[in-house]
Design a protein around this ligand. Structure first.
Ligand SMILES: Cc1cc2nc3c(=O)[nH]c(=O)nc-3n(C[C@H](O)[C@H](O)[C@H](O)COP(=O)(O)OP(=O)(O)OC[C@H]3O[C@@H](n4cnc5c(N)ncnc54)[C@H](O)[C@@H]3O)c2cc1C
Length: 416
């Protein structure tokens, strides 16, 4: 079959990615009576990352209850199907034939789908060892948290003694997964001066599993021929030390799954590296929206699902023929801030969902003062009530946006 033999169909809304964000937007749109809402996922089963996370902690913000990852995924799948959305799995979106026309490949072969609205909900992934440029040999026993969870799900051996690189929320999930699989955790290692999760989670892990936390250290080298034998650490003062282990898990260090957005020529935000979007989840490409962790690598699953819910309104307005006028002003952060989402704004437009922007920092900032300015003019200045920690969200209220000049330069956010 040549590309021209593709079956070509049209739908009202094509959602790419059946994780919490994609399923939530599809459920809302189908429930609102949109004709054909089709959701694609390259995995054999819908549900996104929570499907592999056999621990509790999902759903508080969107469903007002706490469930395991698989139960949470099942809930969102059932809601989308019940509302009338069509879910298709084992189907990968591979590129664009034209704006809002997506080429896909799946069990029935090649297809081309044109949609009135396309919603990108492709999520984010942890950067693997190769992308982190860690020197040393290339033995077995090297994972990201996602790979570890998949291996455990498929009853593969994940070693007996592990080192976890990272000390953020997902790193603690990796500890729990390893312990359930019967492996000892020799240490958690972070380049930060302290952990970056909820203090109770850190304390619980320490007391329950006796896992030491090594701070201000990076991985200098992996050693081992066939299987990993040790991880050599470099401390901030230059000292190095080796820890014997047969498994290492690289956690966090997220990158959005932005390849599809990039191949459409959609502008990416330099901070998040996901599509630049405004408060209505609109990208720079007419009719193409983006939601979930593709926009903010990474928030929890319930935040991704809430994105999906909020995005349904703007998608409905687009389907009703409201002109495509995405926020003209870029919003940029300066170091040590890492990113802000959303990162485009319309001064007389709506505020972001829940009336606030979400940010990340690269280092701990004790009750920083956040300043918002445009062309040297201060639009907002306010002290954060708590410490801003790397790998954890903090928020900036959005009540200043009406003061920005739609024809001015970028809006800048600094932290002192
Ligand atoms: C190991 C781990 C543990 C976590 N633990 C928790 C936790 O305890 N609690 C919590 O709230 N959150 C947790 N999270 C975060 C949570 O899972 C994510 O925030 C959530 O899944 C994001 O939803 P999403 O819909 O944006 O993306 P995802 O869930 O990542 O879904 C994206 C989907 O898009 C599909 N896709 C991507 N590209 C294509 C393509 N080209 N064609 C077709 N399909 C495509 C993927 O297959 C995937 O199914 C964890 C994350 C990880 C990695």
């Amino acid at each position: 079959m040549t590309p021209t033999d593709r079956i070509h169909r049209s739908v009202d809304v094509l959602v790419i990615g059946a994780g919490p964000a994609g399923l939530a937007v599809a459920a809302r749109l189908a429930a609102a009576g949109v004709g054909r809402v089709e959701v694609l996922d390259r995995e054999q089963r819908a549900g996104g990352i929570p499907r592999h996370c056999d621990h509790t902690g999902f759903g508080l913000r969107d469903l007002r209850r706490v469930m395991t990852g698989p139960d949470y995924a099942r809930h969102h799948i059932a809601a989308a199907i019940r509302a009338g959305a069509v879910l298709r799995t084992g189907v990968t979106a591979t590129g664009w034939a034209a704006p809002r026309t997506v080429d896909i490949t799946g069990p029935t072969g090649l297809e081309r789908i044109t949609a009135t609205a396309v919603v990108l909900a492709t999520g984010a992934r942890e950067r693997p060892r190769s992308a982190r440029l860690v020197p040393g040999t290339r033995p077995a026993g090297v994972y990201t948290t996602g790979q570890l969870q998949q291996a455990v799900l498929h009853h593969q051996s994940v070693g007996r003694r592990a080192v976890i690189v990272g000390a953020e929320r997902v790193s603690y999930s990796a500890v729990a997964t390893l312990r359930r699989a019967g492996a000892e955790v020799a240490a958690m290692v972070t380049d930060q001066p302290r952990h970056q999760t909820h203090p109770a989670r850190h304390l619980g892990t320490r007391l329950r599993h006796g896992v030491p936390l090594i701070t201000d250290a990076t991985v200098a080298e992996l050693t081992g021929r066939e299987r990993l034998e040790s991880v050599r650490l470099r401390h901030r003062d230059g000292r190095t030390a080796a820890i014997g282990c047969d498994t290492v898990v690289f956690t966090g260090d997220w990158i959005p799954e932005h390849e599809l957005a990039r191949s459409a020529g959609i502008a990416l935000d330099p901070g998040t590296r996901g599509p630049a979007t405004d408060a209505e989840f609109r990208t720079g490409e007419p009719g193409v929206f983006a939601v979930g962790n593709l926009l903010h690598p990474v928030e929890t699953a319930d935040v991704a699902a809430l994105d999906g819910r909020f995005a349904a309104g703007p998608v409905l307005r687009h389907l009703a023929g409201v002109p495509w006028t995405p926020g003209p002003l870029p919003v940029r952060v300066e170091a040590p801030l890492l990113w802000i989402s959303p990162n485009r704004l319309t001064p007389d437009g709506p505020r972001p969902p829940r009336g606030r922007f979400t940010l990340r920092t690269t280092r701990f900032l004790t009750r920083p003062v956040l300043t918002v300015s445009q062309d040297g003019r201060t639009l907002h200045r306010g002290r954060l009530a708590s410490t801003a920690a790397p790998n954890r969200p903090f928020h900036l209220p959005a009540d200043w946006i009406a003061g920005a000049d739609a024809h001015g330069g970028p809006v800048r956010i600094t932290a002192d």
